[in-house]
Ligand binder design. Structure first.
Ligand SMILES: [Zn+2]
Length: 611
């Protein structure tokens, strides 16, 4: 006889939540990798691709509405999707829709990835009706299991996207999906809409990115909290994001490729790099708003050696189409059309031997100064017609900015005259110094100096390069507000200018790689602010002083408000006038000397001797 207690127990057992597995725990326990789709068939181990643990596990986090993975190729992103599918089928069954860019790709994915996974993973095999039974419950595009089904479809087939409600949508290679599915609009949004009735819906978007400004996965990533992997150096424990600039090699030889720790400078081999990635953690760059977004570059992959990456990079150098593929599939980043992209290598390549310390084209000299905790950095820039520029000098004064010594050295440096082959000694006409750091000391310095101006960066895309100065600061100095976005855009536009074009930037031979890397230390990203898209410069590496001081030197030129061509004409005219005067003086001298022959150079004495 069934007692009330028994009944309660049965009901309780039925209603009891299953053990709390995360996707990675489930996969580590049950998931088997198939021979045909994996280099390491057998039991799945999350630790092999430790960086995929969090992207998998946030899928079941009730706070997360959407998971976005912007990834390189060969980082196990298909296995991420497969593990989620397997987890849902076995452990949390529901209607699942997987969207591939086309129907054909969906069929291939089903045959090559899903079917073998189900065949080789016993818990899934038991749940999904066998293929061979020709059961109508199990076709290539539709797999039924107790409590749900998995539909695989193409983004080019709106009919497959817009029928029954779905709790989990997994969209793969979303950047390769058509922009529109007939009259229905964006096919990916269409698929996502089908989850609307589920409070516990799961949306996972995965892709290798394509073109900047036209990339669903990048938009989705930027909309999320933008997690990046901080990898921990096995030598100094410093956590850092891995970047292409950190990859070093000698003489075009990929075999020498190593990764250089940004902190201690030790070069990692692949084993140490993989170790650093595994010991790392994800860090969000933006506040969490329900979207967990991850960037997985190829530098995290244990399946691609640095030497292979460098080999492909070198192969792609001469061919923009190949380089685009490399940027998309190895860096896992969008491609910017040529002219949009700045890289430190190409800046370094334009170094030239100046014919004189100050090249002939220079009309005006300005300087930019940045104050850091342990040093002051200053760039001296010469400006010519059409804002062509020459970096004349870059000096770092090490020392504590709270004491005078380092400032005195700066003063001497800024007072220095620079020799121009035509115009003679030239002073630095204006210097801008950022007041954001050691503010009181900087104010004091500005009050005591001439032609040194204090600036203060302000955010926002629409701010002018330089605004009207204010004096309502405690230093009572004229403080110029600088539209940081506008200033950086101007500097980047000029850095991108081709030789002979307005704004072209010259660099002298001998600057180290770090200098150029600092120039490319920021990139423009699209952010959403109260629903509006906007562009912001974000740092992509810790140090960017070279860029900052160039911005300040640019602002200094703006403050001079000088017409460079007119100034040059005026200087030439002045030189002609001085020369004419000198010639006139010389003539007067010669005329006068004719009546004073004994005072001519050498005089008669020398001639006498030669006789
Ligand atoms: Zn280190």
């Amino acid at each position: 006889m069934v007692t009330a207690t028994d009944l309660c127990r049965t009901v309780a057992a039925f209603l009891a939540p299953p053990p709390d597995y995360t996707v990675s725990e489930w996969a580590d326990r049950y998931r088997k990798l198939s021979q045909e789709s994996s280099a390491l068939p057998g039991q799945w181990r999350t630790s092999v691709v430790e960086y995929m643990r969090e992207p998998m596990d946030v899928v079941t986090d009730p706070e997360v509405r959407r998971v976005v993975v912007k990834a390189a190729a060969q980082v196990a992103k298909s296995e991420l999707l497969n593990n989620i599918i397997g987890y849902l089928i076995d452990y949390d069954p529901c209607p699942i829709l997987m969207v591939q860019p086309t129907i054909e790709l969906a069929e291939d994915y089903s045959k090559d990835r899903v079917t073998p996974m189900i065949r080789d993973t016993p818990v899934l095999h038991r749940a999904v009706a066998d293929d061979k039974t020709r059961d109508s419950n199990n076709t290539i595009k539709n797999k039924k299991f107790p409590g749900g089904y998995l539909v695989l479809t193409g983004a080019n087939a709106p009919s497959g996207l817009a029928s029954r409600p779905i709790r989990a949508v997994l969209a793969d290679e979303v950047d390769r999906a058509p922009m529109s599915a007939g009259k229905e609009g964006d096919p990916i949004n269409l698929a996502i809409k089908r989850t609307a009735t589920f409070w516990n819906r799961i949306v996972v978007l995965v892709s290798t990115p394509t073109d900047k400004g036209n990339s669903r996965i990048e938009d989705a990533y930027d909309e999320g909290d933008q997690r990046v992997r901080k990898c921990v150096c096995p030598h100094c424990d410093h956590p850092q994001e891995l970047r292409w600039a950190g990859v070093k090699w000698d003489n075009d030889d990929p075999g020498t490729a190593r990764y250089m720790c940004e902190e201690c400078g030790v070069l990692w081999d692949d084993t140490e790099r993989i170790q650093a990635v595994r010991a790392g953690f994800w860090e969000a760059k933006a506040p969490f708003n329900g979207i967990a977004s991850f960037h997985v570059p190829g530098l995290l992959s244990p399946f691609v050696r640095l030497s292979e990456a460098v080999f492909e990079f070198l192969e792609a150098q001469s061919d923009p189409a190949k380089l685009k593929v490399w940027v998309n599939t190895y860096l896992g980043e969008t491609w910017e059309e040529q002219g949009q992209r700045l890289d430190s290598h190409s800046l370094k390549l334009r170094e030239e031997e100046y014919e004189s310390t100050v090249p002939l084209g220079v009309t005006v000299i300005t300087a930019g100064v940045d104050v850091q905790d342990d040093r002051i950095e200053v760039e001296t820039v010469g400006w010519g017609s059409d804002f062509e520029s020459w970096s004349i000098d870059y000096t770092v004064f090490y020392g504590d900015p709270s004491v005078n010594d380092v400032w005195e050295r700066l003063t001497q440096h800024l007072k220095q005259l620079w020799e121009h082959p035509e115009f003679g000694d030239m002073p630095v006409s204006a210097t801008c110094i950022d007041t954001g750091h050691f503010t009181a000391r900087v104010y004091q310095y500005i009050r005591a100096s001439t032609r040194v101006y204090g600036i203060k960066g302000i955010g926002g895309e629409d701010k002018p390069l330089v605004g009207s100065p204010t004096r309502n600061n405690y230093g009572k100095i004229h403080l110029f507000p600088v539209g940081t976005h506008t200033a950086k855009s101007l500097v980047f536009d000029r850095l991108r200018a081709d030789p002979g074009n307005p704004g072209y930037c010259h660099f002298p031979k001998g600057r180290d790689d770090e200098y150029y890397e600092q120039f490319t230390a920021e990139k423009l990203v699209t952010r959403f602010h109260r629903g509006y898209k906007r562009q912001e410069y974000v740092k992509t590496r810790a140090r960017n002083e070279a860029l900052d001081v160039r911005v300040y030197a640019t602002v200094a030129l703006e403050l001079l408000n000088v017409n460079l061509k007119a100034r040059r004409r005026a200087m030439r005219a002045e030189m002609r006038r001085i020369k004419a005067e000198a010639d006139a003086d010389q003539k007067t001298l010669e005329n006068s000397s004719s009546i004073l022959p004994k005072r001519r150079r050498g005089g008669f004495t020398d001639r006498w001797k030669s006789n």
